[in-house]
Design a protein around this ligand. Sequence first.
Ligand code: TXA
Ligand code: MG
Length: 322
Amino acid sequence: MSQHSRIEILSASPAAIARAARELAEGGLVAFPTETVYGLGGDATSDLAVAAIFKAKGRPSFNPLIAHVSSLDQAAALVEIGADAHRLAERFWPGPLTLVLKRRAASPVSLLASAGLDSVAVRMPDHPTALALIKAAGRPLAAPSANLSGRVSPTRADHVAQCLDGRIAMVLDGGPCRVGVESTVLDLTEEPPTLLRPGGVTAEELEAVLGRPLRRALETPDAPRSPGQLASHYAPSLPVRLDALAAEPGEALLGFGIAPECVLNLSPKGDLDEAAAHLFAMLRALDRPDYLGIAVMPIPERGLGLAINDRLKRAAAPRSPS
Ligand code: TXA
Ligand code: MG
């Protein structure tokens, strides 16, 4: 199942979902849409399928994956759902929130998927195709973003086809992703709950439901616990320069708000939700050899702006020499 010719882009009909579910049940991989970004899915309970995900992405296998579920009951078979997790799931699932919870002793999730940790990350995506696929497959799906490790995440089926052609059999096309940045990752195995990655649900929204402040693990100098915390990530081929007010010669300016000189604008009206939805597609569109670099205008540090700035900082970080 590792030799594939051209990747098939299938419009997400019931028949296509049934075919994708069969591929997954046989240990194959399928890319599918979620509300955040496209995921590269495989059976989360199969070591072989999970190993195939790491291989297809070129991802270091010490980085754990999220198990995607279609119901709270399905999650409860994998991890221990305490009172906080219950409250958060009730409020934000299905949706862009991933909860890191204590692994159940009898959890069927592959230890390779959780990188040998005694926790498992779970999330219920808010996309009809994703939910239908998980249900049809009858098992939780491990799914990192469907791009090569370290590169820009895909928010459209053709982005997936560009980077994973020849590596997987098919991608279900569910149109452009509504949120556009990955889920928020919250670790509930420690007190206080720790924000491992800012994302589609804001820290303020989580704190309001939990009734107490989160710890923000984002700038911790110690070893990264989440690959979202690795320095260079989400990176286009061109260098990225942040907080730019104008383009230098040869640079393409990615605008936000009023920006007459920009090549593309994340949101001319200055809306952060719209900017998040456009972020990865516009970084891809500007990543062309006719430019020397991508300059990005300042993005306000509130709401989804935190997730946008987090991704941009990593896109601009010094690249590892690989
Ligand atoms: O929006 C999303 O979350 C997308 C879509 C496809 O659902 N998925 C995604 O997966 O972004 P990935 O693999 O790119 O990011 C998963 C994040 C990583 O930062 C990983 O380190 C963290 O979740 N993670 C997973 N399991 C963990 C665990 N047991 N403990 C701590 N962090 C964990
Ligand atoms: Mg990713």
